[in-house]
Write a protein that binds this ligand. Structure first.
Ligand code: SF4
Ligand code: SF4
Length: 325
């Protein structure tokens, strides 16, 4: 039987709609495993607030006729403090906003975001990625210190690692637990062949992670196929690019709707579905997406998917033998 309910009200005509906004392709880092197109200069980048003014974006979000969960991705969204600060301030004031998260590499200066009111900072969840190929632990820790001191809500440190860096995970985990009580996510570089190639190699590469990640996350993050499985994520989620073009998430194509929609003009026409759709992708790496697969229950139940995930991972690390969601 298909799953339903939860905070996202899956299976109903009034779900909470998820919007993943690609804020910018501008990024100051060059990670070999980066899955998106990035540009070193803003002038070369696709950037939301160069395509449309902040007010026009906020007005489009305000016209979405459903409660909203917003995820901001890049590039590095915080590089543009002139645009992103007023955007965050206005978005956190929208009555239908239930949740807002930003994926960031943490390289920005909190002083440039002083204009964002403290209650708004506390409401914006940050998933701060640590890229050890780009900077050392001490330099990264100083940046996290400054962000936390400025009152931002850091929900998780995302430690992006090649197989050779997995052995260092306990040290990084304990470091941030002691320093700020923060959870460090062991995130394998999914495009490293060791995680995904020949089954025997893959099993050996997975071994160090088995005690750290619940089975369902280990499978997803190391390339176990998802194609064709029923999933509610595209039913309730849209991807919106920096140019304002919206498409149903995961490139899922449904026969009775246009493939693309102008979000700035037509955000009132988003149409979530009350049934799951077959996964159109070969694999799925993102914890807040695969949480809506039929077999991922009890995930995808809480509005705060990151908190749900962190809790499951911490429980698994305490007791890897117990069943964990
Ligand atoms: S920081 Fe993120 S967006 Fe930037 S290059 Fe690295 S993985 Fe890509
Ligand atoms: S499993 Fe992942 S890629 Fe497939 S439909 Fe669900 S969210 Fe999309």
């Amino acid at each position: 039987m298909a799953r339903s309910g939860g905070d996202y009200r899956l299976g109903t005509d009034e779900p909470v709609v998820i919007i993943e906004l690609g804020v910018t392709s501008w990024c100051n880092y060059r990670c070999a495993y980066c899955v998106t197109e990035v540009h070193a200069r803003r002038g070369d980048a696709r950037h939301a607030f160069d395509h449309h003014p902040v007010d026009a974006w906020v007005a489009a979000f305000a016209r979405v006729p459903y409660e909203l969960s917003l995820l901001c991705r890049g590039g590095e969204p915080f590089l543009d403090h002139d645009g992103f600060a007023p955007f965050l301030t206005a978005m956190t004031a929208l009555p239908r906003l239930r949740y807002l998260r930003v994926d960031t590499n943490g390289s920005w200066s909190p002083a440039r975001y002083d204009a964002v009111p403290r209650p708004a900072r506390a409401r914006v969840q940050l998933n701060v990625s640590f890229h050890p190929t780009q900077l050392g632990l001490d330099a990264f820790a100083r940046r996290v210190d400054a962000i936390v001191a400025a009152g931002w809500h850091v929900a998780m440190i995302n430690y992006v690692m090649a197989p050779g860096q997995a052995a260092d995970y306990p040290r990084v985990r304990d470091f941030f637990l002691d320093r700020h009580g923060l959870y460090v996510n062991p995130n394998p570089d999914a495009y490293d062949p060791a995680w995904t190639d020949l089954p025997r190699v893959r099993r050996a590469a997975q071994d160090p992670l088995r005690a750290l990640l619940p089975a369902l996350d280990l499978a997803r993050k190391t390339g176990t196929p998802t194609a064709g499985r029923p999933c509610f994520f595209p039913s309730i989620a849209y991807f919106v690019g920096p140019d304002g073009v919206a498409a149903r998430a995961c490139d899922a194509r449904l026969p009775d709707e246009p493939a693309r929609l102008d979000f700035l003009r037509d955000s009132a026409r988003l149409r979530p579905r009350a049934a799951p759709v077959p996964c159109p992708q070969p694999t799925c790496l993102c914890l807040d997406r695969y949480a809506f697969l039929d077999d991922a229950e009890p995930r995808g139940r809480r509005i705060d998917l990151l908190d749900e995930y962190v809790e499951a991972c911490r429980a698994h690390q305490r007791d890897p033998g117990a069943a964990s969601g």
